[in-house]
Design a protein around this ligand. Sequence first.
Ligand code: DOR
Length: 400
Amino acid sequence: MELLIKGARIIDWRQDITSDVYIKNGTIQDIGNNIQVDCKIIEAKGLALLPSFVDMHCHFREPGFEYKEDLLSGNLAAVRGGYTAVNLMANTNPVCSNMEVVNYVLNRAKEIGLIDVHQSVSITNGFDGHSIYHLDNIDESVKIISDDGNGVENNRVMLQAMLKAVEKNLIIMSHAEDRELSLYDTALSENISTIRDIELANYTKARLHMAHVSTKEALQYIIDGKRKGINITCEVAPHHIALDNSTEYKVNPPLRNKEDVNFLIEGIKQGWVDVIATDHAPHSALDKEKGLPGISGLETAFSVCFTKLVKEKHISLNKLSELMSKNPANIMRLNKGQIKKGYDGDLVIVDLEKMYHIDISKFASKGKNTPFDKSKVWGSIEATIKAGEIIYSREGLYDS
Ligand code: DOR
């Protein structure tokens, strides 16, 4: 499989140049002017070419909740959003606590053959909040463990899970929440759980990644921890930086007040935030009516972040690429996220000048649950390329 993309504006975390890119055998072979190869060519003058996005945090709901999303619809949503690698959460049915479920997901993803799918395993067995013996039986295909959707409330259990994570070279992804405290104050709940996890990571030397950070205090604790040299990374979700609680929409953690939102954006600008992850959480209309939290985010993440962060001049497009591609790829130890010889030929073509209105009727995801429906945004995903193959193009633009 060979592909030559000509004349695009090439942007990743460190470059912004106009050039050609040639991909062969799945990897980037050459970047330069006037590359001549007899193969499939995309003329991309006037368009931006970025490394495709890597989502450390999403829910594809299979097995068990296929009526909300399944691996096929999730994959299709990912490529429509410009993603070629995702890390799936364990809150399926059964909960993903063993290799049987992991292998089911990975095999099904292989059959679909669109993007790289990674599956995380729950920190506690079946989300029981207590037992972690199942972690002894997971193999190296698992990089991240998380009880996302729930927090691990027991301090001793989280401590032991972190020690196990050190032994097995796993990343602990923390959903910082103490549900009993959430009944009183969801911000207090997130803040206390965050500081607890940072203290435990300092004690155990575990590799901690804080998921969907949403409050000023939680991010401040992470900044303080990073300043002390504790091995923490963190992510924020597009909805927590583009919306505040003047929008009514149920998501967990909830949409926060303006001060929190501004602090997250400032944290991004100053380099304290490592990753933008979608927390893609598709639900049926009925489940949303019942009050389940979550936003279907894969197909809107880039445009929402480009519009909010780059068009409003908070950060450069290079920085956005770092947050959506390079850093999550590095954390997950993937050979992706940069446009550089030898890296995976996973790229996304974007029309940065194109303004459009988000339209849930066009979503590939089964989850139409988003507060961004009808929002005016910039930056349309024109094509997604995986290992040199065009796996998505808008309205079949580049179909041969
Ligand atoms: O809003 C959310 N939805 N937050 C979570 O942590 C879980 C997710 C889900 O699985 O629906």
